[in-house]
Design a protein around this ligand. Structure first.
Ligand code: PAF
Length: 281
C-alpha cells in the first residue's frame, strides 16, 4: 500500500493508472475505521482494479461548537486496517494540503442539504460537498462507495455527481450494526457508561417504525408519535429530530408510500448520534 499526503502527486499517479485502463474504486473516510468502513472497502475492491481510501478529518464540515478537535483519530490502526483490506493507495493529506492559505472555493447544494442534519448543522453539507468534489477531482474514481448510515449525505453526493457531471458511479453500502443493533460509528467511542445502552433506542425506534408500516400503518404522523414516545421513556436522551421523508426528494411525507426514509438524530448525553432505515411501501 502506498501512502500519499500530496493531492498533486496522488492525482498524477492515479491519472497514469487511469490512462492504462485501470478502474479506480474509492472510499472517502474521516478515519478511526470500524467494520462499517471495512464493508465499504470490500464493496469498492470488488468493483475496481485499484482501491483508494482517504483519511481526512475535514474541518469545513464541522461547526464552531462541534467535535473537530476531539474527533477520534488513530492513524496507525487505520493504516493497518487499510493494508489488510487491500487498499492500494491511502490518501492522508494535511489540512494545509487540502485548504492552503488563500483557499476560497466552496461547493453548495441548495435543496437536499437544507433539511434533516443540514438544518441542525448549518454549513455541514457545504463542507462535505466541497471536500467530496475535491477528493473526486484528486482521485478520479470510477466507483465511490458511501455508507447508508449517512443517508442524507448519500443523497447530497448523488446530487453533486449529477449536477456537476462527475463521471463517478456512487454505490451505497448498507449500515453495519453491532450485535445489539447500534449502528457502527466512529463517534460511538464517546459513549460512556449507561449511554451505550441508552443509544440502543435509536435502532429500536426505527424497527418499531418499520413494523408499524409493515402492519399497515399508512399515516406518518402516527409512526412519528410512536417513535417519539419510545425516546421519551429513555432518560439522558434529547431528540434532535425524528423525520419521515421521501428518500429521493427528502420531502416530508404524510402518507407512507414509495421509498421512505425514516431518520433520527438524538443527543445521548453530549454525543450526537444519527441512524436511519429505508422502507419500501
Ligand atoms: O462520511 C464521512 O466520513 C465524511 O463526511 C466524508 C464523506 C469522508 C467527507 O469528509
Amino acid at each position: 500500500m502506498k501512502i500519499f499526503d500530496s493531492p498533486q502527486k496522488l492525482q498524477k499517479e492515479l491519472f497514469g493508472l487511469k490512462c492504462d485502463g485501470k478502474k479506480i474504486g474509492f472510499v472517502p473516510t474521516m478515519g478511526y475505521l470500524h467494520d462499517g468502513h471495512l464493508s465499504l472497502l470490500r464493496i469498492a475492491r470488488d468493483k475496481s482494479d485499484v482501491l483508494v481510501a482517504s483519511i481526512f478529518v475535514n474541518p469545513t464540515q464541522f461547526g464552531p461548537n462541534e467535535d473537530l478537535d476531539s474527533y477520534p483519530r488513530d492513524f496507525k490502526s487505520d493504516e493497518m486496517l487499510c493494508e489488510k483490506a487491500g487498499v492500494d493507495y491511502l490518501f492522508y493529506p494535511t489540512n494545509e494540503a487540502m485548504y492552503p492559505d488563500g483557499y476560497s472555493t466552496y461547493v453548495d447544494e441548495h435543496v437536499l442539504s437544507q433539511v434533516l442534519c443540514g438544518r441542525k448543522r448549518p454549513g455541514h453539507f457545504r463542507g462535505v460537498v466541497t471536500v467530496v468534489a475535491k477528493l473526486f477531482n484528486i482521485v478520479m474514481p470510477d466507483v465511490a462507495v458511501f455508507g447508508q448510515k449517512d443517508a442524507q449525505q448519500v443523497r447530497v453526493v448523488q446530487q453533486l455527481v449529477r449536477d456537476l457531471n462527475f463521471p463517478v458511479e456512487v454505490i451505497v453500502g448498507p449500515i453495519v450494526r453491532e450485535v445489539d443493533g447500534l449502528a457502527m460509528s466512529s463517534r460511538n467511542t464517546y459513549l460512556k457508561g449507561d449511554d451505550r445502552n441508552r443509544a440502543l433506542v435509536l435502532n429500536q425506534s426505527l424497527l418499531l417504525a418499520k413494523s408499524m408500516i409493515e402492519s399497515g400503518e399508512s399515516n406518518a404522523l402516527n409512526v412519528k408519535k410512536a417513535m417519539l414516545n419510545k425516546f421519551k421513556h429513555v432518560s439522558g436522551i434529547s431528540v434532535d429530530y425524528v423525520e419521515i421523508r421521501n428518500y429521493d426528494t427528502l420531502d416530508e411525507i404524510e402518507l407512507l408510500d414509495g421509498i421512505i426514509l425514516i431518520a433520527v438524530a438524538v443527543m445521548v448525553g453530549d454525543v450526537r448520534l444519527i441512524d436511519n432505515i429505508i422502507v419500501w411501501n
